[in-house]
Design a binder for this molecule. Sequence first.
Ligand code: UDX
Length: 443
Amino acid sequence: MNVGVVGVGYVGLVVGACFAEMGHHVICLDIDQHKISLLKSGQVPIYEPGLYEMIKRNSENGRLSFTTDLKEMLDFSLFVFIAVGTPPNEDGSADLSHVLQVAKEIGQNINRYTIIVDKSTVPVGTAQKVKNVIKEELTNRGLNQIEIDVVSNPEFLREGAAIEDFMHPSRIVVGTDHPRIAALMKELYRPLTDQGYPLLQMSIFSAELTKYATNAMLATRISFINEIAVICEATGADIEEVKLGLGSDTRVGMAFLNAGLGYGGSCFPKDVKALIQTGKEYRVELQIVKAVDQVNSQQKQKLLNKVLQFFGEDLHEKVIAIWGLAFKPETDDIREAPAIETIKELRRHGATIHAHDPAAIENTRVLLGNNGIYYFDDLYEAIKNSDALLLITEWKMYQEADLSIVKKRMKYPVLFDGRNQFDPIAMQKAGFVYYSIGRKKVQ
Ligand code: UDX
């Protein structure tokens, strides 16, 4: 089947490459000439495990190509996936201007029946808006007879595991009210459904909401466990033990119960806020979701608060080493990363920062600059003469670090662990003052 994808960002590229891998013919389009030129010359503008090889393989076998020519893409495609960004507006709602601009241009250029698929994360009601915009443009062109359909088909891709998630989905959600369109979407996904991956057909509104409900549910689990971590610290219980006890109930399960510094990244914070805004629009107060958001904001300050309690407010004479800048391991993404807020606050209190991350240094340097922040490629170099070490992202290399070297290099061996990567008793034996999340401080 012929597929067009609008937007060669993170989602669009993964979707385009994976459909080609499944045997479809795909054209990916973007208005960014530079990105398209890069892709045409065999380079991939983002890093995602397996993506480069998949794009190369399918470009070479002729199933995947790239263009900036919308007409070419529309003439070719039965399905057109919209995979452009929906960044947050100031009030937290999703900014639909890119999606609706794409819809407008589709309406201005389309010449035959097409199925438009919303892949971007968009609030309930967006498919109808997209349809209205396209129809309006067709009317302006005197082409009312051209039919289009709009389908909601949200993605559930994790950064760092996006190809794995696309090719082995827990479910494929398809929102359409027409059985004929559902049949075509099923045909499109047949290489996956044939392997047993379920496709859930539902109404467009339900599909649109499913994406937000999923992310809000996962975010709720994180804020919930982080709140339990607070009561653990207050009472002397241990969050790791409680997590084991709680998650072992098969009705609860272990996933997304790691206490830490809260959720970051490009999806959870944005989608939780957008869902709250959708609630407002429909005069529904989403009390739990609001609390999830609030708990998460507080959670990001947790390590900073512990540092200030330990040293006092004035950190001018202190060198603070930071291990981990990315919002999670295996990515260079620092959007909504707890490390960024923590560093800004530490700087406000006068601290000098020694930062290490195996992937996210360049992005952080661009965002925060060099003033009072020194960046290190070597994790042991970063802690030389430091007064404290903060572990913020749980890269495996930190857990595997040689603690005797760490202790020797630091001016004073105090470790604030935002991801509970070490055993408190072992840390005590190794001679550290060790603070973590939701566990007793051991000295
Ligand atoms: C998420 C969803 O998993 C994905 O389905 C959706 O399409 C996009 O958002 P992603 O943001 O890439 O993916 O990362 P994920 O691995 O889900 O982690 C999200 C955040 O939650 C990270 O900041 C992570 O550190 C945090 N987290 C996760 C916890 O704090 N505790 C946990 O137990 C799990």
